[in-house]
Every structure is written in C-alpha cells, then in structure tokens.
Design a protein around this ligand. Structure first.
Ligand SMILES: *Cc1c(COP(=O)(O)O)cnc(C)c1O
Length: 399
C-alpha cells in the first residue's frame, strides 16, 4: 500500500496537509482560559455549517455512531415509539441502536437504492392520531447505497400530517459536503462526525440540537451518562468539558471551519457535485448501473456502483487494495458483493478523482469485466475539462 494514493472510501476521508498539521499540537490544559477561548468560535462555526441560529451544538469524543446514541438517549424514554425508514446499512444500524435502547421502532421498509419515502411517512403520521410517535428518523445520505433523501420533503410531510414528532437526521456523510439546513428543515437533532465532510481524523461526534429537543431532554428517561447533553452543555457554558475533550480535533476544527466557510458552503457543495458528476459520467461510460434508483437521489459524496451478474464486487475492493494500493468501499448488508463504492467527499480534486476512475478500470480489466480501459477516464476528462474553471480549485486544496 502506498500512502501517497488518495482514499476512495466515504470516510475517513483524505486529510489535507493543512489539517494534518493543525492536528499536530502540544497538549494544553482543558481547564484553562485558552481552551475556553478556542471552544466558543468552534461551536459558532459548526452552527454556521449546520445552518442553525436557534439550536445548540455539542461535540463528543466519539465517532458518528456515538452521536446517534447521544441523540436518542437524551431525548427519548424506553418504550417510546419512533418512526424510521430502512433503505441501507446506516439507516438499519440506527434503527438497531434504537431498538437496543428499548424504543419501539415502526419501520418503513424501502428498497435499497431508494430514499426516505416522504409520502409513506405522511400516511403513517396522519394515522397516528394520538401522537404516540415521538420522533422521526432519517438518514440524509445513505452511505451504503449512495442515496440522498429529501429532508425538506420529509418536513413537509410531517407538517402535512400536523404531527408534533421531532425530526432526527443522520447527516454523517452529508453535512459539510452537501446542502443541509437544520433550522429551515425543522431538524431537531443533526448528527455528523469529524472524519467525513470536515476532513479530519475520526474522534469528534458533532450533534446539533434544536430548542424542541432541548425541551425533550428534560423529561427523557433513557439512561445516559457519558453522552448526557446536560453535563456537556453546562460545562461548555463555562468554557469547559465534563471530561477530557478530544483536544487535537478541537484544535484543528477552527482550521477545517476556516477552509469550509472560507471557500463558502455553496462552493463546497458545487465542488462535491462536480467531482461526483465526473465519476458518474465514468460509470455511465462503463455501462454499469448506479445503485441509486434515480438521478434525483444521487449522493454527492459517494457513488455505489452495481457490478454485472456473475461478478463479486468484493473482489474489486480487495484486488484494488492488494495490487494497486487503492481503497474503494465494499458493498454492505443487502448489497454486499453486488456493489462497490467510490467515496468522493471531503478533500478531492479532479486529478484525484481521475486517478480513482483509472484505477477502478485497471482492476475491472484484471478481473475480466467487459469494460474498455480509458472509457470512464475519457468521459470524466471531458466532463471535468468542460466544467473546470480556476475557482473550482477551492480553498480546501490550498495547503
Ligand atoms: C460513517 C457513517 C456513520 C457512522 O459513523 P461512524 O463515525 O463510523 O460511527 C453513520 N451514518 C452515516 C450515514 C455514515 O456515513
């Protein structure tokens, strides 16, 4: 494996040199005024990325999964009913986590490759006349299938059913890479992690909390200790932490935020779209199918690609790693062996994307796939060169 090759998995992402340096700081006293001075602007910047003015934000030393657990345990009680759709490994895992906490999950089963079905949410919510459903869960960007769900449509469905449930959104692989609007969409809990759109190492779970969720926190009875919002919020209010914070990540987050906000979120989203579109044009040139069932569902951060009948997608991933030292994502759960994934979130340039496409072609040719070397590369080259302007080399690529 060469550590000079970019990663093509949807998190952890490639870490820009500037952020690798920003993580490399000496220890500091987390009970000092200096720490307090660092924390406030980080939380303000995260609010900007989440697009919330009225909400709170907390940062736990955990991966994104810890953010899921924090969301659930701080706002719900065992036996509470919640509504969720399952359409991939990540929506499945969040449901599993809720069940293990004793929540009753009403599950809308959706074909993998589709997104959260707003119309079916509306039906179920409208039928819930006694408002037993306390929360609606959705995975904004299902990383297993490369499917983006329409959270604004889900909010509309909830409003259409005049249902007071809270809306919890897994934004782990979308926030900071794809348009996300916590306040406008009425999201009560938004979860992400440092190792995806923020381009940092793993270890900080970031959770946006609405005022409504803060109110639910007061009466929620799920057991919690390490992830208790109340301890975190009261410590943060005094510029501190209830325990040792992930100092290196908190030191680097201001730099990550400066890169994202300096480039401008609309530009960050446009850059992800463009990189993704180039990769999708390669997939089309290969004659392969994208797992997402319609273009309006295409994720801008990961593309899951279906392999033809008779091929095993796991072999693509292992062969790419063994022979070329390049990491692609495997198929997970129901689509294991049937799709491989090209992750394209965080720090990525046209040139990096082209190298991933070229590598995938070599791998498929080695494995006797019916594809012509250079076909996907040529399609992506055409797309990138016809849409490239200097501005698309965003701030995040200046080391
Ligand atoms: C990566 C990911 C997670 C899990 O996050 P971890 O940081 O691995 O705990 C959850 N949801 C989605 C959509 C993800 O992409």
């Amino acid at each position: 494996m060469s550590d000079q090759n970019p990663l093509f998995i949807p998190g952890p992402t490639n870490i820009p040199e500037r952020l690798r340096r920003a993580v490399d700081v000496p220890s500091m006293d987390h009970r000092s005024a200096r720490f307090a001075d660092m924390l406030t602007p980080v939380k303000d910047g995260l609010r900007q990325v989440l697009k919330t003015q009225s909400g709170e934000v907390v940062i736990f030393p955990a991966s994104g999964t810890g953010g899921w657990e924090a969301s659930i345990t701080n706002t719900l009680s065992p036996g509470d009913k919640i509504l969720a759709a399952r359409y991939g490994m990540f929506s499945h895992r969040w449901i599993d986590l809720c069940q293990r906490h004793g929540l009753k999950v009403e599950i809308i089963e959706e074909e993998w490759g589709n997104g959260a079905p707003a119309d079916r949410f509306e039906e179920v919510l409208a039928a819930d006349q006694h408002h037993e459903i306390k929360a609606v869960l959705a995975c904004h960007n299902e990383t297993a299938t490369g499917v983006r769900s329409d959270i604004a449509a889900l909010r509309k469905a909830m409003d259409g059913a005049k249902h007071p449930a809270m809306l919890f959104v897994d934004g782990v692989s979308s926030i900071a890479s794809m348009d996300f609007r916590m306040d406008e969409w009425g999201v009560d809990l938004a979860v992400t992690g440092s190792q995806k759109g923020f381009m940092l190492p793993t270890g900080a779970a970031i959770v946006g909390i609405s005022q409504k969720a803060l109110k639910a926190m007061e009466t929620a009875k799920c057991p919690r200790c390490y992830f208790d919002f109340r301890d975190m919020l009261s410590s943060n209010a005094n510029g501190g932490y209830p325990y040792t914070p992930p100092l290196n990540l908190l030191s680097a987050l201001p730099v990550s935020l400066e890169m994202l906000l300096g480039e401008g979120l609309p530009n960050v989203f446009a850059r992800h779209h463009r990189i993704a579109e180039g990769i999708r044009s390669a997939v089309r040139a290969w004659g392969l199918k994208i797992c997402a069932s319609s273009p309006r569902l295409y994720s801008e951060t990961v593309t899951a690609i279906c392999v033809p009948q008779g091929f095993d997608s796991n072999q693509i991933v292992s062969h790419a790693a063994d022979k070329y030292g390049v990491a692609f994502g495997v198929g997970l759960g129901q689509v294991a062996g049937r799709v491989f994934r090209i992750g394209h979130l965080g720090s990525m340039t046209d040139v990096m994307a082209l190298s991933g496409i070229a590598t995938a072609e070599m791998v498929m040719a080695d494995l006797d796939y019916p594809i012509a070397l250079g076909s996907g590369v040529a399609a992506a080259q055409e797309y990138y060169r016809s849409t490239c302007h200097a501005a698309s080399l965003g701030a995040s690529h200046a080391a």
